[in-house]
Write a protein that binds this ligand. Structure first.
Ligand code: D41
Length: 676
């Protein structure tokens, strides 16, 4: 081979790789920073796949800023400390118009020649502050704010957030650029994440702010990658060897053109009056925003004026956070009661002196479990801080120790169940205490029925909580099987039930008998068997009888089923009462389509994630259709995902799937695949 030919052969992949990266970066920028996608997702996927393939054939050409390098870094043992080059200042707070006008007055006194001060006004995101450093246009480091002086090195974690550019979109980047911003978890992602975590029986995230902070501070960046995080850049920490506009608003525009995501609600305000008008406007639209904000921030627009104003005790004189009325309030704990759940878990709930917070009156707050209650040292009679953020369940943040009355009573876990009087036990190494009453406990009976009838289980329409309470209290229903013996006349005799609605409910109960095996297994409410485990069990055993005969060792062979879960499954199916219940349910006509033998279709063993709205079928139906063909539906996109089914208005999963090079099916492609 002639030398020049050899050189060309080697140069070709490098050229193609560079071209692919440039395209992918541009599409990513259009999608995130400009919110204006340039190409269909499938095109992005195709290029990403090609790049991945080329990089694996030529690993020597992989660079850290390649779009393929956002995920997959190995977990670290601890975060290294990062000293901020310039301290990350804090913000002074104002709660009243008077305080805001005082702030403006102080600034005007320093600049008597100016009649009005020009500000930049922006929402104050409720997330976690971070800094990101670029050298010669390449992302090199990310850090949390920490105490303002020293933060934690979260370089790999920040990199997993698709909105953060890995390379600046400019031919002449500054030698060093450090930007600052806020990482947050949008409400939609927060709710989705919690829904999925709850279904898996995992811990839920308390509120979007904690969720963002907790997600960014994961030692395993792959966990961060699976969390629906987003970010906005709101300022500059440090710039060397480059020029930026000397006004905040225009500087943000340049940062945007370099690929950074800037909050679209940032606005120029010519005076403090315009700032106050902005505050009212944001306050009114706040509940409709896709992310949590706790106020707005005003910044003097002129950077030279900022320098002259300087800062006092860690907060700039040129910026002010104008906070919205508190979503936190003080109230007292009247009592702590224990709610009994489906599997007997006792959850402490605080009964509060009713208090108006975040737009609603709150009189109950969950205390999660005894460990949480003890950690916060909550006693009856205490004055506590209650927080209600967005539509998240109200929680007790902390106790005001100084206000503890002399007679404040310690909360003790009852030794017998408040609902049935059976003993309560706390198993070793478990946070939860449980009532041992089983189905003799009315609360457990009620919750078992509730779960059985719920939307993602047998989906019995019209069988709401109030009706279930009545049915259980009247002892018409003791187990789920009793539902199928109910007569229309019995239903019609219940409170607020007419003949018509009784007939409808009777029909709905009858219709629910046609279900799927995964739904049925999930509906049984076996401890620690969420939807994913139910599906895995169904796919492995393919019918109920083999599962009933299985021992623990066999059950442990099921994908993702560990010894603890297997033990609960065995205990359930081998229990005599449950055996009788299963016989009665089958006898009542509950059935499901057979599950196909493995290794047949293109769904087998494949992992699917659903996002967005499908037109021709509901999400549940899509879920069932995939499961029936031997596929598996999971909640979040990971490297193990085979297909993302994307309907209209897809969420962040789409971007994640694109990054990972996962095949994305639109509705049409998905339907075709189902039909094959
Ligand atoms: O959205 C925010 N949370 C936000 C935070 C914002 N829009 N602007 C901010 N600006 C600053 C200064 C003026 C000090 C650069 C901030 C913060 N600081 C901040 N975030 C956490 C501590 C301080």
């Amino acid at each position: 081979m002639k030398p020049d030919k050899k050189a060309r052969a080697a140069a070709a992949p490098a050229t193609r790789i560079a071209r692919l990266r440039a395209l992918l970066e541009r599409y990513n920028y259009r999608y995130h920073a400009l919110d204006d996608p340039e190409v269909p997702d499938a095109e992005y996927d195709r290029l990403m796949l090609e790049l991945r393939a080329m990089e694996s054939a030529h690993p020597e050409l992989i660079t850290p800023d390649s779009p393929t390098q956002r995920v997959g870094a190995a977990p670290s043992a601890a975060f290294a400390a990062v000293r901020h080059r310039m301290a990350m200042l804090s913000l002074d707070n104002a709660f009243t118009e008077e305080e805001v006008r005082d702030f403006d007055r102080r600034i005007r006194e320093r600049f008597p020649q100016l009649a009005e001060i020009a500000y930049s006004a922006e929402p104050k995101l409720d997330g976690l502050a971070f800094s990101a450093t670029y050298e010669h246009g390449l992302y090199v480091r990310g850090a949390t704010r920490g105490d303002g002086e020293t933060g934690e090195d979260v370089t790999q974690n920040l990199k997993t957030i698709a909105a953060l550019p890995l390379r600046l979109r400019t031919d002449a980047p500054p030698r060093v650029l450090e930007v600052r911003g806020e990482v947050f978890m949008p409400f939609a992602g927060f709710r989705r994440f919690n829904h999925e975590a709850a279904a898996r029986g995992e811990k839920i995230l308390v509120n979007p702010r904690n969720a963002a902070a907790g997600s960014l501070r994961q030692l395993d960046p792959r966990i961060t990658a699976a969390r629906p995080l987003d970010l906005f850049i709101y300022g500059i920490g440090h710039v060397e060897g480059g020029d930026l506009p000397q006004h905040h608003g225009r500087m943000l525009q340049v940062l945007k053109s370099w690929g950074f995501k800037i909050c679209p609600l940032v606005r120029a305000a010519k005076s403090i009056d315009e700032c106050l008008a902005y505050y009212s406007e944001m306050g009114a639209s706040r509940s409709g925003l896709p992310y949590q904000i706790d106020g707005v921030v005003y910044k003097v627009d002129d950077l030279e004026m900022q320098r002259q104003l300087g800062f006092v005790s860690r907060a700039p004189r040129w910026a002010l956070a104008h906070k919205f009325p508190a979503e936190e309030a003080l109230t007292t704990v009247r009592d702590v009661e224990f709610q009994v759940g489906r599997t007997g878990t006792l959850t402490p709930v605080a009964r509060l002196e009713p208090v108006f917070v975040g737009g609603v009156t709150v009189s109950n707050a969950t205390l999660h479990n005894m460990d949480e209650l003890n950690r916060k040292d909550i006693r009856i009679g205490d004055t506590v801080v209650i927080r209600r953020a967005g539509d998240v369940i109200p929680e007790v943040v902390r106790v005001i120790a100084e206000r503890r009355p002399a007679g404040a009573k310690l909360v003790v876990m009852p030794s017998v169940c408040p609902e049935c009087g059976n003993p309560v036990v706390r198993e070793a190494e478990q946070a939860a205490a449980r009532c041992t009453g089983g189905r003799s406990c009315p609360a457990q009976r009620r919750e078992e029925i509730r779960h059985f009838a719920s939307r993602r289980a047998l989906n019995i329409q019209g069988l709401g909580d109030k009706l279930i309470d009545q049915l259980v209290d009247a002892n018409l229903v003791r187990t789920p099987a009793d539902l199928f013996d109910l007569q229309t006349a019995q239903l019609a005799a219940l409170e607020r039930m007419g003949e018509k609605s009784a007939q409808k409910l009777h029909a709905a109960i009858a219709a629910s008998r046609q279900t799927t095996l995964p739904r049925f297994l999930y509906a049984l409410g076996i401890r620690d068997v969420g939807e994913a485990t139910a599906l895995a069990l169904a796919l492995h055993f393919r019918d109920l009888e083999p599962l009933r005969r299985a021992d623990q060792a066999e059950i442990q062979k099921v994908q993702d089923v560990g010894p603890a879960v297997a033990e609960h499954v065995v205990a359930y199916v081998h229990d005599a009462d449950n055996g009788a219940l299963l016989d009665r349910l089958i006898g009542a006509g509950i059935g499901w389509p057979p599950i196909a033998a493995p290794a047949q279709g293109e769904f087998d063993g494949k992992s699917f994630v659903l996002t967005g709205t499908l037109e021709s079928l509901t999400r549940d139906a899509a879920h069932d259709a995939i499961a029936a063909r031997g596929g598996k539906v999971t909640g979040s996109v990971s490297k193990k995902t085979h297909y993302l089914v994307a309907g209209a208005d897809p969420g962040s999963k789409l971007a994640k799937a694109e990054e990972l090079g996962i095949t994305v099916l639109d509705e049409k492609a998905f339907l075709e695949m189902l039909a094959r």
